[in-house]
Design a protein around this ligand. Sequence first.
Ligand SMILES: *[C@@H]1O[C@H](CO)[C@@H](O)[C@H](O)[C@H]1NC(C)=O
Ligand SMILES: *[C@@H]1O[C@H](CO)[C@@H](O)[C@H](O)[C@H]1NC(C)=O
Ligand SMILES: *[C@@H]1O[C@H](CO)[C@@H](O)[C@H](O)[C@H]1NC(C)=O
Ligand SMILES: *[C@@H]1O[C@H](CO)[C@@H](O)[C@H](O)[C@H]1NC(C)=O
Ligand SMILES: *[C@@H]1O[C@H](CO)[C@@H](O)[C@H](O)[C@H]1NC(C)=O
Ligand SMILES: *[C@@H]1O[C@H](CO)[C@@H](O)[C@H](O)[C@H]1NC(C)=O
Ligand SMILES: *[C@@H]1O[C@H](CO)[C@@H](O)[C@H](O)[C@H]1NC(C)=O
Ligand SMILES: *[C@@H]1O[C@H](CO)[C@@H](O)[C@H](O)[C@H]1NC(C)=O
Ligand SMILES: *[C@@H]1O[C@H](CO)[C@@H](O)[C@H](O)[C@H]1NC(C)=O
Ligand SMILES: *[C@@H]1O[C@H](CO)[C@@H](O)[C@H](O)[C@H]1NC(C)=O
Ligand SMILES: *[C@@H]1O[C@H](CO)[C@@H](O)[C@H](O)[C@H]1NC(C)=O
Ligand SMILES: *[C@@H]1O[C@H](CO)[C@@H](O)[C@H](O)[C@H]1NC(C)=O
Ligand SMILES: [Cu+2]
Length: 573
Amino acid sequence: MVRSLFFLVSALAIIGSVAHAAVVEYTFEVANLTITRLCKSKVITAVNGTLPGPTIEVNEGDTLKVHVINISPYNMSIHWHGVFQMLSGWADGPDMITQCPIRPGKRYTYQFNVTGQEGTLWWHSHVSVHRATVYGALIIRPRGGRQAYPFPKPFKEVPILLGEWWIDDVVDVHHQAYLTGGAPNISDAFTINGKPGDLYNCSSTEIYKMEVEQGKTYMLRIINAALGNQLFFKVAGHSFTVVAVDASYTKPYKTDVVVLGPGQTVDALMVANAPPARYYMAAQAYITTAPPPPPRPPFDNTTTTGIVEYNSTNPSSQHVTATMPSFFDSGIADHFSTNLTSLVRPGDPTVPLQMDERMFVVYGFGIAACEPGQVLCNQTQGALAARMNNVSFQSPTTMSLLEAHFKGVNGIYTSDFPQKPPMTFDYTNASVNAAPAPQPLMFTARATKLKKLKYNSTVEMVLQNTAILGVENHPMHLHGFNFFVLAQGYGNYNATTAVKRYNLVDPQVRNTIGVPAGGWTVIRFTANNPGVWIMHCHLDAHLSIGLAMAFEVENGPTPETTLPPPPPDFPSC
Ligand SMILES: *[C@@H]1O[C@H](CO)[C@@H](O)[C@H](O)[C@H]1NC(C)=O
Ligand SMILES: *[C@@H]1O[C@H](CO)[C@@H](O)[C@H](O)[C@H]1NC(C)=O
Ligand SMILES: *[C@@H]1O[C@H](CO)[C@@H](O)[C@H](O)[C@H]1NC(C)=O
Ligand SMILES: *[C@@H]1O[C@H](CO)[C@@H](O)[C@H](O)[C@H]1NC(C)=O
Ligand SMILES: *[C@@H]1O[C@H](CO)[C@@H](O)[C@H](O)[C@H]1NC(C)=O
Ligand SMILES: *[C@@H]1O[C@H](CO)[C@@H](O)[C@H](O)[C@H]1NC(C)=O
Ligand SMILES: *[C@@H]1O[C@H](CO)[C@@H](O)[C@H](O)[C@H]1NC(C)=O
Ligand SMILES: *[C@@H]1O[C@H](CO)[C@@H](O)[C@H](O)[C@H]1NC(C)=O
Ligand SMILES: *[C@@H]1O[C@H](CO)[C@@H](O)[C@H](O)[C@H]1NC(C)=O
Ligand SMILES: *[C@@H]1O[C@H](CO)[C@@H](O)[C@H](O)[C@H]1NC(C)=O
Ligand SMILES: *[C@@H]1O[C@H](CO)[C@@H](O)[C@H](O)[C@H]1NC(C)=O
Ligand SMILES: *[C@@H]1O[C@H](CO)[C@@H](O)[C@H](O)[C@H]1NC(C)=O
Ligand SMILES: [Cu+2]
């Protein structure tokens, strides 16, 4: 029965695919916005005066044009998180990777086709810390419209953007961390669709409310837009069926808790089948940093809330509260993150089996020399840094990587990102932290190293966390591609045992994967998109201290596999 329903839906999708692809246009004005949260008024940077910013809606196959006008006082760029950007790398957005920023007073039109992916993605600033407030949803429906979903059409679709809020100016918070070479201050609140909810002091009216009707099915398009936290999300009295993650369909997966790392999205169906009342929705941090040494760093232990209200609720009825998991419940998180599988449909990409490139990437924290601008940095000790294969990524300053790649300009980067770490050690053994000084494994250097890939080459990457200066789950995000997640585990990767666990049939397909704290993850992708693509930790504080590398994917043999030149209004430095 389920199967025949599925084939009917597929047939409709094919009929629907004759529908014309449209050109969809939006205008985004990025500007100061004075806003009050937690009883304190402040100026933030926002798009069109709203937090979150406008929701973009397209059908698969459409051409999207977004005119970004920057009237904020800051350099700006927008990244379309998870969009493949096939042959349109000039529109990907990361500052100094694919473009120079849009300077204050300037504008740039991002133009690209949204092809070969459906579900929930999002957009956010990719300059410094500005994604704290410059973000919004990007919804991709099937070409055939809502009736072409590979699951029963929901009654309504509701974006749920989970954010993070600082009472202080985020630019100041970020700058202070830079000056000291340490970690930034933790946030004061989490938010649901821009609102903290009623568990914070003097914020009881700043709460997101969703109205539901008894018996109807709602699709929650949940996005973790937080800067530095993985999150648990629940709705009291209700359960979910997950049908997609990162705009890639999954086999229906039933759960009463959704777990998202920063950058990840989950599409979850929720049936309003509880007795009419007001039910809390809630999100709170999932913490993976673990002692012993060093002690667990401070974290934002607050809970953001929203309300799911049945339209037939008696006004005097009580709120039903959600019971959240413990902050440290890795059992719940791992169960969710490892049990998802993809819905493999005819014509979908399959896991590459012949590998052209095998990379073993050991990554985590380290110590680097203080930079000249880091005036409060302890010169003896050095600054906190993050690294992949012992390279702490440094952004170029005079020309973007993509432009340098396209024009063949030397001196901006080198193409020698290492295939494996420079030294082997017991990566996840915390005793590395107790080694006598000077501790050689602690030190790292900053550089701009890229990994060159032939067009269409297949890549396997083992991502191995280290315990140096503490373990933590790092959500790794790849631009330009989705990847298959073959296996994940704790401890040191061991090929002999790991290979037996690889899911080569229906692994989850993602653009962002949380690599377990003190563990490893194996991913594969096909480099079928020429350009320069950054891969980085989506914890903002880790990206800014170098937890990144980039791929340089060569052109293919034909005009259809060659990156076109940049558009005429492309920003220059
Ligand atoms: C954003 O604001 C601009 C300027 O007022 C307006 O032209 C545009 O339509 C708005 N965009 C959205 C998505 O609301
Ligand atoms: C925007 O806000 C900043 C302070 O955050 C202020 O310095 C600047 O003058 C404001 N710009 C405009 C155009 O209001
Ligand atoms: C985007 O789609 C349009 C219309 O289908 C097509 O003409 C154009 O070549 C596509 N652009 C890219 C970069 O694929
Ligand atoms: C960070 O937190 C410390 C301690 O609470 C405080 O003194 C400092 O002003 C904060 N920094 C910023 C930039 O808000
Ligand atoms: C809320 O305000 C009360 C009274 O001012 C204070 O004691 C408490 O610490 C505050 N709680 C938070 C979470 O800020
Ligand atoms: C959150 O952390 C603060 C400061 O450490 C502590 O006082 C408070 O009890 C914690 N609250 C929860 C809910 O864990
Ligand atoms: C809830 O909404 C539905 C659909 O509009 C309507 O039929 C029903 O009467 C409403 N219930 C109440 C109590 O308003
Ligand atoms: C995946 O789900 C199955 C059955 O629901 C369970 O037995 C298994 O432990 C789960 N895997 C993980 C890693 O939690
Ligand atoms: C700088 O770091 C060194 C080595 O860890 C430590 O001994 C010294 O106290 C630190 N200095 C300051 C000013 O914190
Ligand atoms: C790239 O690989 C795909 C299969 O993985 C193949 O269909 C396609 O022809 C290849 N393209 C080129 C130009 O080699
Ligand atoms: C990897 O696992 C195999 C099989 O359990 C074991 O024999 C081998 O010693 C392990 N290798 C390492 C480096 O631990
Ligand atoms: C803004 O971008 C320009 C061009 O890349 C750069 O020179 C300048 O330093 C940037 N400004 C800030 C405040 O980062
Ligand atoms: Cu990280």
